[in-house]
Design a binder for this molecule. Structure first.
Ligand code: MN
Length: 244
């Protein structure tokens, strides 16, 4: 079992080292991750300049690791190119949840998705962050439990996993989509010039059985996602309707 690990927080994120330590129990592990933070880069690829990588050391993780001057999707593409027959791409553990609409922006999820496009399985892991230094003991224990459970489910290609800080169980969930949590907040710089933060606002109303609902109720959230975006219901409806 060849497991390629990437993330979007950058190669020196403690979340990545925590995931690599867990993954080692399941197979042969190689880390290929961005040299700097690439959060919210989604599935961007680098097409206007060449990519390069350098071998690096991950403190305590004891795995082969490479830092790439590119996006999460670049890292998985390059990793799979240099290491044939990757079975599974793991991404994370992202410092920050990836729930609801964040799935569209997330570089963490895009790395797993890139794995699926290349014929492997993909699983993305994210956890909440607070003011405190992140603690990985409990989250890593649940990442291992989750992987043990998901590993035999070979016909589920892409899964978005979010792990609360103190889980009491796990739930299969749907991506919450009714509310968009992005917001532009205007401000100004020290010179008095206008600027804008594109930030996240809390969502009040949480859809039951959604990824957000699970996390708010301290359950590990597992959302199976599809890569094919065609809305088949609409396609059938349109084909059945009068043509132009
Ligand atoms: Mn991130």
């Amino acid at each position: 079992m060849r497991i390629l690990i990437a993330n979007d927080d950058g190669i020196y994120s403690p979340g990545l080292a925590a995931l690599a330590a867990v993954a080692k129990k399941f197979g042969e592990v190689r880390v290929v991750a961005p040299d700097v933070e690439q959060s919210s880069m989604s599935h961007a690829i680098t097409a206007t300049r060449p990519l390069t990588y350098r071998r690096t050391t991950l403190k305590d993780a004891g795995v082969e690791a490479y830092r790439v001057n590119g996006t999460p999707a670049d890292c998985v593409a390059l990793g799979a190119f240099n290491w044939a027959s990757v079975d599974l791409v793991l991404s994370g553990i992202n410092l920050g949840t990836n729930l609801g609409n964040a799935v569209w922006h997330s570089g963490t999820l895009a790395a797993a998705k890139q794995g699926v496009l290349l014929g492997a399985r993909g699983i993305a892991f994210s956890m909440p962050v607070s003011e405190e230094e992140p603690q990985f003991e409990v989250v890593a224990e649940w990442a291992e439990k989750t992987l043990t459970y998901l590993m035999p489910l070979k016909d589920v290609p892409l899964i978005n996993v979010n792990i609360p800080l103190a889980p009491k169980g796990s739930r299969w969930t749907r991506q919450s989509f009714r509310h968009y949590d992005g917001k532009v907040v205007p401000g100004q710089d020290p010179m008095g010039r206008k600027n804008f933060w594109f930030t996240v606002v809390p969502i009040e109303e949480v859809e039951e059985d959604s990824d957000r609902w699970a996390m708010e109720n301290d359950f590990v959230s597992m959302t199976p996602l599809r890569v094919e975006l065609t809305d088949n219901d609409q396609l059938q409806r349109m084909r059945a309707a009068a043509q132009m």
